[in-house]
Design a protein around this ligand. Sequence first.
Ligand SMILES: [Zn+2]
Length: 474
Amino acid sequence: MKKKFYVSTPIYYVNDVPHIGHTCTTVATDIIARYQKLLGKDVFSLTGTDEHGAKVAQAAEEKGLSPQKFCDQISENFREIWSKLNINYDYFIRTTNPKHKKIVQEIIQKIYKNGDIYRGKYEGLYCVGCEKFITENELTNDCCPLHPNEKIQKQSEENYFFKLSKYAPLLIKAIEDPKNKYHYQISPQSKREEVLSKLKRGVDDLSISRANVPWGIPIPWDKSQTIYVWVDALINYYSALKINQKEEFWPANLHFLAKDILWFHAVIWEAMLISAKIPLPKEVFVHSFYMIDGQKMSKSLGNVISPQELLKRYGVDGTRYLIASSFPYDSDSDVGWKRFTEKYNADLANGIGNLVARVAKLCEKADFKTQKLSGSYFQSGKTKEYRKALDEYRFNEALAFVWEKISQADKYIDNKKPWTLRGKELEKVLQPLVKEIQEISFLIKPFLPEASEKIEKQFSGKIKSEKPLFPRIE
Ligand SMILES: [Zn+2]
């Protein structure tokens, strides 16, 4: 039987339009899913939209739409852009799906039954922008640091609380001890340390319901309260499988996300699952952010990069390549239009595109026929370094491995000067070169699926010149 691999992106909050941050997480997850398929695994890959909460209701009202209609539209925007980016997900979950709502209520009910939910009074500061409570210490100029233009609200209400504090010692053990029955991995290492030290400083219980947010899922035993949007959202990873009758994929192999939502995914989610007696995901991987020309990306600075704009300039594979090669692994990664264009021209137009065109032209003149690439190539020792890089989500290193092959092939051509050769001599020089192109084409599959398919086609049977894969951008 095939090994299973279940990977998820976070579900994106619908009050926002897709930007390069969402694009980064989603493209990276798609690369992982495609790579796991190449390894021969049975893969389930999930993405979706998070559609409840006060902020969504507010945004809908501003547009004069019902919250549901508003969610339908924004959710469609996400689906459309992912399809343009060749994201091959297996399911797109929406938290307004009635089946999801029912499963959320069942799990909350289970946690309640286990004695981990109690009624209490909450008094504190709430940022609607973040949809979370924040402490006085976290404020900058009396505002949430992420939402300097939004008013912080003082809230005092009766809520239901989840006994998160009770689970902190258990979670510390689970993270630290690989033999612990609840063990799960948080990577990279720096993020694991961050979570552990915060857990060790002590954790408060978590308010998991709201009294005045009607756009949400009702608490099953008290319809006057709705479930906190984050609690509702986290359950999507589990409900998506139930909805699709794919429970055999649980527990998830990998939740892939950005660092601003680390705590929810590496602590709150696991505590909820332990309480509900559901097995824990195996790994939570957290990437950093993009900086745009040295600055934080923000609407007020007007430097937000959209996937639409990336696609327009660089095409599908160009965008995927630029995202993967600048992937913010465990520190922020600085990008910008100028550097993107330079990298596109250097690595795609002049790099792989030029090599493929060069070799095709030589083969065309030589009346050359190809042999198929051996199926064992990918699993062989030759690709070990590449696979290790991808096993650790080090996209840049995997790409460096491929681009080293490209540069070696270019050198080989310069040395052998095949344009001076004919007949058998020429064939002898071209044979390994064509094999090299086939290997390169195989290795770029997870990253550049379209280009890979084109090259594969071009280098099977009689080889001919084709249109440039990546036209230069001036
Ligand atoms: Zn905020």
